[in-house]
Write a protein that binds this ligand. Structure first.
Ligand SMILES: Cc1ncc(COP(=O)(O)O)c(C=O)c1O
Length: 401
């Protein structure tokens, strides 16, 4: 592999994970290895690899695969962690990270109240039913987090860097200190920032989780998740995944690795587009409120500046259409022509989503209201198209409301 130690993020995104010389050959681009099984010169060799005395590939499902290893190597490099382990989806990565952190019956987890809807329901329904105690906190209220962590002594504190869809920003350094004060692992879902904007391990995260379905792959054609972490915690993830089998496939790993090469370029354009839209919407007479952490009046603007090294706040912004309910938001969404009304984010295509019927559908209306997710709230993920075209499309939508 090219020596990357002294290179910038943009350069590392292009080269990391490539040319690992895994089979004694060095193609410029990592090949796709579809083989499930691997043969060995003799049984002693196989025994040594299966017994972890020797590195090697045995069985792609649930162990490791060379193409997946290339992707994991790239993410570990970009996140600045010792290693990484890839999964079949972002939700699989979150589930496995919680298990690897030691969440079991009788243990406790503290999580941000506004984590992604499916994460919330995973904690609230699945983990609670299995006997874990789950406590949701407002991560902006550090005193409350501190009190809850001191009282509950959780095995894990789970937060997102930028919350969805209200774009609150978590103070990672302070939260890491709080988690570690009672021995909890600090788990950070970094999906909304991607490693381009923020490396949570630098601020004390023990496991950095991504839905690689989003910015990392970037083209809306891959389902994947990954946890960037220490070698010791990766070992735990691997041991668990041998039983659970939420593995990433080699074709997805190849596409995700390919997507990574343009991560910096895409993120720069998407951050610029999102900021331009946020500023324009803020002055729009039909818009009551805009949530975007790079707007100077956003309460955590300075924090976002510092977490991202001034690079931006990502592609996702949300806004409340004044006086709108479900019917008006449906009319807005149906009038869009360029922006795709699709349930994802971070793609090169601009996407619009109505949280009340999608990302936060699994929450009750009361739970949504408690989080401040009103019926007039729309989320946009700015793509890499021309900002003026995206703006004109939103104007078209707003014209019918
Ligand atoms: C912040 C966040 N985490 C995790 C997930 C789950 O990822 P996936 O859909 O790849 O399972 C999502 C999906 O939208 C997300 O937005």
């Amino acid at each position: 592999m090219t020596n990357l130690n002294d290179k910038s993020f943009t350069t590392r995104a292009v080269h990391a994970g490539e040319r690992l010389n895994l089979e004694g050959v060095n193609p410029v681009v990592s090949p796709i290895h579809p083989s499930v099984g691997y043969t060995f010169a003799d049984s002693k060799d196989l025994d040594a690899v299966l017994g972890n005395q020797k590195a090697g590939f045995v069985y792609s499902t649930r162990y490791t695969n060379p193409t997946v290893t290339a992707f994991e190597t790239a993410i570990a490099n970009l996140e600045g962690t010792e290693d990484a382990y890839a999964f079949s989806s972002g939700m699989a990565a979150i589930h496995m990270a919680l298990l690897a952190a030691g969440v079991r019956a009788g243990t406790s987890i503290v999580a941000a109240a506004d984590v992604y809807g499916a994460t919330y329901t995973l904690l609230q329904d699945v983990f609670t039913a299995l006997g874990a105690r789950v406590h949701f906190v407002d991560v902006l209220d550090l005193e409350m987090v501190c009190r809850t962590v001191a009282q509950e002594k959780p095995v894990a504190l789970l937060v997102e860097v930028i919350s969805n869809p209200l774009m609150k920003v978590a103070d990672l350094s302070r939260l890491a200190e709080i988690a570690h004060s009672t021995g909890a692992l600090f788990l950070v879902d970094n999906t909304f920032c991607s490693p381009y904007l923020c490396n949570p391990a630098q601020f004390g995260a023990d496991m950095v989780i991504h839905s690689a379905t989003k910015f990392i792959s970037g083209h809306g054609d891959v389902m994947a998740g990954i946890v960037a972490t220490t070698s010791a915690l990766k070992e735990k993830l691997l041991t668990l995944n041998k039983l659970i089998g939420s593995s990433m496939g080699p074709f997805e790993a190849w596409l995700a690795l390919r997507g990574l090469k343009t991560l910096s370029l895409r993120m720069r354009q998407q951050c610029d587009n999102a900021l331009a839209l946020a500023q324009w919407l803020q002055a729009h007479p039909k818009i009551k409120r805009v949530n975007y952490a790079f707007l100077p009046d956003h309460p955590q603007h300075a924090l976002m500046q510092s977490l991202s090294g001034g690079k931006g706040a990502g592609s996702v912004l949300s806004f409340e259409i004044a006086g709108a309910g479900k019917e008006q938001v449906f009319a807005f969404m149906d009038a869009l022509n360029l922006i795709q009304p699709a349930t994802s984010l971070g793609d090169i295509y601009s996407l619009a989503l109505y949280p009340a019927i999608s990302s936060h559908r699994t929450l009750t209306p009361e739970e949504r209201a408690a989080l401040g997710i009103g019926d007039g709230l729309v989320r946009i993920s700015a793509g890499i198209e021309d900002a003026a075209d995206i703006q004109a499309d939103i104007e078209r939508g707003l014209a019918v409301v």
